[in-house]
Each structure stands twice: as C-alpha cells, then as structure tokens.
Design a protein around this ligand. Sequence first.
Ligand code: PHE
Length: 467
Amino acid sequence: MDEKRAQWGSKLGFILAAAGSAVGLGNIWKFPGKAFEGGGGAFLLMYLLIVPLIGMPAMLSELAVGRASQANVVDSFRRLGHKGYTWVGWMGWAVAFLITCYYSHVGGWVLRYVVSYAVEPGKVYGDPLGYFYGMLGYAPASGVTFLPWAALVFAFLFMAVCAFVIIRGVQGGIEKFNKIGMPALFLILVVLLIRAATLPGSGEGLKYMFSIDAGKVTPQTFLIALSQAFYSLSLGMSIMVTYGSYLPKEENIAKNTFLVCTMDTLVAVIAGFIVIPAVFATLGPDGVGKGGGFAFVSLAGVFEHTPGGAFFGFLFYLLLLFAALTSTVSLIEGIVAFLTERMRWKRTPTTVVTCAAMFLIGCLYTCSQAAFPLKGVWFDFANGVTFPPLCDAMEFLTDRIMIPLCALGTCVFVGWSWKPESAVAEAERCGVKFRLVKAYGFLIKFAAPAAIVVILAVSLFTGTTLS
Ligand code: PHE
C-alpha cells in the first residue's frame, strides 16, 4: 500500500492545500464576530499568543504522526505501535464526517449569496434578515415556514463541486484546485482590506481592534480564543494527519507548520480588519452581529452603503466560497482516504456515496435552522438534559466535545506515549535541526493538554457559554 500512496506533487502544493484547509469559514465568518465579542484588542492579543504556544505544537504533532505512519487517521496510531490510541483516529474520522455534513451546507448558503449579489443585490438590501431567513425556509414577517429549497439546492451544488475535486485525487484535484483558489483568495482579501480601510468612518473600528479593554481580558475571552484557534487551524480532526501522510520525507514539517499557522492567522486578522471597521463605518457598533448571522445579515448594510457595493459584496462571498471549498475538500479527503485504504473501496464510488450521505444528513441541519422544529439532545451539568435545535446540537457535539477530545488524544499520544523525541526526529528527517526541542516538549506534554481539558470542563459544566 505504501508504494502506491499519493504524494503532493510540489512543496507549494502541500502548503497551499494545508493552508486551504485551515483558512475557511472559521477565519472570515467566525473570527471577526468573536473578535468583536471579545473586545477587539484583548481577543486579538490572546489569539496571537495561543497560536504559537498551543496551535503550532499541536499542528507539528499531527503532521509528524501522519508522515511517520504513512497511513490514514484511523490506522496511523496503530502503525506507530500504539493500538490503544486507535479511538483517537476513529474520533477524528467521525468528527470530520459530522462537520462536513453541516460545513458543506453553510458553504451552499455562501454560494447562494454569491449568486444573490450577482443577480439581485437589491433584494438582499431591502430586507437582509428576511432574505437570510427566506433562504432557510422561514418568513419572519408572517411567521410562515416552508421547505428551504434555495439553501438545499445550493448546498447540493457545493457538495457536487467538492466531490468532483476529490475524485480527481490528491495531485490532480486538491493540489490544482488550491493553487488557483488560495492566491485568488489572498487577492480578493487585499482588495477588500483597502476598500474597508478607506471607508469614511472606519477609523472607529480600527481603534476598537487596537485598543485593549481590560474588562474583556477574562478567562471566558481566553476560552473563546482557544477554541477558535483549534477550529481555525483545522486541528483535532486529524486532517493534518492525513495531509502529513502525503508529505515526502525531505519536507521540513516544522517550517511548514510555521508557514501554515502564520497564513491562517494572517487571513483571520485581515478578515477582522475588513469586517469590523466596515461595519462600524456603516452601521455603528450596534450593527455588528445583529440578527441571524454575522456574515450573512450585518454585512448587507455595509455593501448597501458602499459605492459599488454589490460588486464588493459579490467579491466577499466569492472569497468566502473559495475558503469554504478548500476546507470542505480537506475534510472529505480525510474521510475518503480511510475508506479507500482500509476498506479497499474505489475512490470514485466511495466519494459519491459518502458525499451523498453527508449532504442528506446536512439537510436536517439546514431544515432545523428555522423551517422545521427538529430537535437534538444535549447534556451539561449546568442545565441537565436539554433539547436544543438539531443544528445547534450537532455543532455543540463537534466543537465542544469531539474536537477537543481528539486534540487531547493526539497531544497525550505524542507527549507521553510516542514521545516528543519521536516527533522531533520526524521533523529532523529533512536534515535541518529542530531548535525548539525543549519548548516543544513542554508545550505538547503540559500546556496544550491542560488548555484542552479546560475547554472540555467549561463545555460540560457551564453549558452554552462557549460560542
Ligand atoms: N479550519 C477551517 C476553518 O477555519 C475549518 C475546518 C476545520 C476545516 C477542520 C477542515 C477541518 O473554517
């Protein structure tokens, strides 16, 4: 199996694909909203400390496990001689599956908005909230609910594009797609940054992002920043294990980790500096995050009041679309790689069947947003057993329980069983000395697991406060 294993065709191909996975809806859609909630500068500062101290060691570990084992996520731990950690691989596989179910639907909504800004921006501006809910099968004015066909059709299209890329394979599909998608994304980002910075009144938003409100430097802000960092760096889902397994031995994984984390953080911070000043400039601080969705609702006011707004709106959603596509592709690759290697299934039918299944499960997610009262089950010690909307229950399960558990398993595995020295040896295979051995060992053994245990504890004991 090893000889036939796919590899990245070029260095740049891997970096762009890994960055493509990391840079997603999390950076452009979630990050600005969280930065606003977390008081701007205070959140930014914590985030910028968490990425190098916890994110980088965790990513380095995942890449090292993947490359050393040359296997999909489920088999990787066993291949390294530690059968007891196979559950971490299963958990990573399962969480990738569940996340793809809804991530692809949100991707579909983004595609819907690309089309909306191209053909009917006036309708979006006229009633941003109504338009958003209309897509999700609910008319706020009359309280009527209906089948959210628009969201479902576009989610189907989105999933079809992803499946196509996966079927083309690692070099032909994923790598080629990212080589076009990632530079396009950076270009659009720069255009929008210039637009936002030159809007009259955007200075207030900039000030907010640079000033540190001491009242917001709280454990809660720290936790929001920490879970956001894991999500944004695509950690705890074993994506980086799979991508690492396609890396040739000569590649320097430490350097790659640094590059990918830096790019991901840069995009998030730039997105924050686009969205927050733009919303301050046009709607004032009260306009931030109002209504049903930060990226879908509040931004309509920004584009409406910007000259050439429909065009910039179109560009913005196109950017979000690229980001969502490259991330979804990475998730599906992790799922399909396991099924084709372990079950020896063929790539094309496997992709079609899993994508169809994930799309269908995702339909329940979209339908439970507003159209139908589908409920899930949730438990925490603060509120006992509750029945939140199915869509929320799915997100709680992945973001608050499964991702942290899988990330914890990986850190404990590398820190205590496989040992940091093995990861360092893997990093040094390229012939370059790894200089941060001591710091890495400490962070992966103690700091990262402790931080993750805190996330899990907060989720279980304080209920829904982690957003
Ligand atoms: N990191 C992606 C984002 O920021 C989300 C993601 C997580 C994608 C895990 C793939 C795997 O949106």
